[in-house]
Design a protein around this ligand. Structure first.
Ligand code: G3P
Ligand code: MG
Length: 236
């Protein structure tokens, strides 16, 4: 079962920052997951929420701030004083961390609340420019963007879902993928049945070893965890 560091090694480091990604890059995990928004001036930035409030010392929407403004913010202190000075990284900076590693990069497009027109095309262009396109998986709760990634950018795409859907296996076929990134409750309840229908099931966010063991038993393809090092050591 593949292990992905969720938002980098986010249990021990500030999520979606270079320290969290450097930590993950040093581990023999399969890959890393990260979240993408667009700044006011159209730069791809790596942060989870639409607003900077929770994970920085600033306030407001990412979309209303330029990259220069976002770069002024401290994205580390909220986690612990030792991470003071960490900033919101650009996607290019994160690609740089993984340039010479074999890790898969799962870029989650946060385009379900604000559409961030052109974000997918920017990700694809940047990845091609940095030679990362073979190591990219695009996921989103915006399944139209997943479909675009598959059909227009020739990138592997995964459907993110937490609401329990009627016949998601058939739906995934319509989108053009077998790959489902499901919430933990969804996967525990329906994972085995969906794997039986030919889906590849990846599960977020799995921080408990007992759940990881159950998912491994039922044939899940991978997990997203905030504690990749712990999972590496303890999962057989
Ligand atoms: O991509 C898996 C997971 O990260 C999706 O949910 O809210 O943690 O981005 P969220
Ligand atoms: Mg995510």
């Amino acid at each position: 079962m593949e292990i992905f560091a969720h938002r980098g090694s986010s249990g021990t480091h500030p999520e979606n920052t270079l320290p969290a990604f450097r930590e993950a890059a040093a581990l023999p995990v399969h890959g890393v997951e990260l979240d993408i928004h667009l700044s006011k001036d159209g730069e791809l930035v790596v942060i989870h929420d639409e607003k900077v409030n929770r994970t920085t010392n600033g306030k407001g929407y990412v979309k209303d701030m330029s990259l220069a403004e976002l770069k002024q913010l401290d994205a580390g202190s909220w986690k612990a004083a030792e991470w003071a000075g960490a900033t919101i990284p650009t996607l290019a900076e994160v690609f740089g961390v993984f340039k010479d590693t074999g890790h898969i990069l799962n870029v989650e497009l946060k385009t379900d609340i604000f559409p961030y027109a052109g974000a997918l095309e920017k990700v694809a262009r940047l990845a091609a420019g940095q030679g990362m396109e073979k190591r990219l998986v695009i996921s989103s709760f915006n399944h139209q963007d997943v479909q675009q990634a598959i059909h227009h950018q020739q990138l592997p795409g995964a459907i993110l879902a937490s609401n329990i859907l009627v016949d998601i296996a058939a739906y995934a076929g319509t989108v053009g993928t077998k790959r489902l990134h499901l919430s933990l409750p969804y996967a525990l309840r329906h994972g085995a049945e969906l794997i039986g229908k030919g889906c590849e099931v990846y599960v977020y966010t799995v921080n408990r070893l007992d759940y990881a063991g159950q998912l491994q038993q039922l044939g899940a393809s991978g997990i997203f965890t905030d504690y990749p090092e712990k999972m590496l050591m303890e999962l057989k």
